[in-house]
Design a protein around this ligand. Structure first.
Ligand code: TMP
Ligand code: ASP
Length: 261
């Protein structure tokens, strides 16, 4: 597999072409942004952890039949993924109210929702990813009714599965963001899960202490982010031997691995 030219650079990832027109390389950067890029920094080792955590979750989801773009992890920072046409919608899934919804609707932080709530935001940084309704999606043809029906079914299964996965390791899945993409498989149009699932895109609270183990540590200046992401990776059984792995160690590990190749 040959790495080709950069096709796209987002806030946290870069996509590179490969010599296979159907596959691309997804590179996880250390950049962290919040509030639509108004707050930004670089956190050494974040990309390595997100790459591993996202690989773990997406491969587990494949095993329960949720089709997704992951082909395989290449190294500490990169994965081979299927090239999809991203649907321009961020699908937000909430089990507990926190973050933007509490401010928007005056809901008390930490309110457990009666059932999972799916919200749609238009994926447009210049507009600040505005909240939209299903009617907007159909009126402007951002996705078809069939696609949204399929996506909603997948989202509820993903949510159930991830709640269980995290509950098993003492973490509450509060909310998260998903993206989906269009792809032709055996001549058939399909919608599959894309992007990443990591502490950058989920809110994860320790089940007992409610300590935030996600990007809110950066958004709200709650203190070190790497130990929290490392904790998530360790609990998921991703980091075994390197139990006290630091950001610097992670980065060293990644360069050792690259040199060996
Ligand atoms: P919110 O409360 O800020 O709307 O965020 C809801 C969830 O979606 C939270 O887990 C963070 C995630 N999210 C992203 O991954 N990317 C984004 O651009 C936004 C706004 C939220
Ligand atoms: N990812 C978004 C940004 O960079 C928002 C967020 O995750 O809070 O601004």
């Amino acid at each position: 597999m040959k790495k080709g030219k950069k096709l796209y650079e987002g806030k946290a990832k870069i996509i590179y072409a490969t010599n296979d027109k159907n596959l691309v390389i997804q590179y996880f950067k250390d950049d962290a942004t919040a509030f639509n890029n108004q707050k930004k920094t670089t956190i050494e080792g974040k990309g390595v952890l997100n790459n591993r955590i996202s690989e773990h979750i997406l491969s587990n989801l494949s095993q329960i039949g949720i089709k997704n773009h992951l082909v395989k992890r290449l190294n500490m920072r990169e994965q081979i993924i299927k090239l999809v046409e991203i649907i321009p919608i961020e699908f937000i899934v909430r089990n507990v109210a926190t973050g933007s919804i509490t401010k928007r609707l005056g809901i008390e932080d930490g309110t457990v929702l009666k059932e999972p709530l799916i919200e749609y935001c238009l994926k447009d940084d210049e507009l600040g990813d505005p909240l939209i309704s299903e009617e907007h999606i159909f009126a402007f043809d951002w996705a078809s009714k069939t696609e949204i029906d399929k996506v909603k079914k997948m989202i509820l299964r993903i949510n159930d599965f991830m709640i269980g996965l995290f509950r098993g390791v003492g973490i509450k899945l509060i909310d998260f963001k998903l993206e989906f993409g269009r792809i032709k498989i055996d001549g058939k149009n399909e919608v599959i899960l894309a992007d990443e699932i990591s502490p950058d895109t989920c809110r994860l609270w320790d089940s007992i202490t409610e300590k935030k183990l996600d990007k809110d540590r950066f958004r709200k200046d709650l203190g070190d982010l790497i130990p929290a992401y490392t904790e998530v990776a360790k609990r998921l059984g991703i980091l075994h031997e390197q139990s006290n792995v630091s950001a610097v160690n992670i980065t060293k590990l990644s360069s050792v691995k690259r040199k060996k190749k």
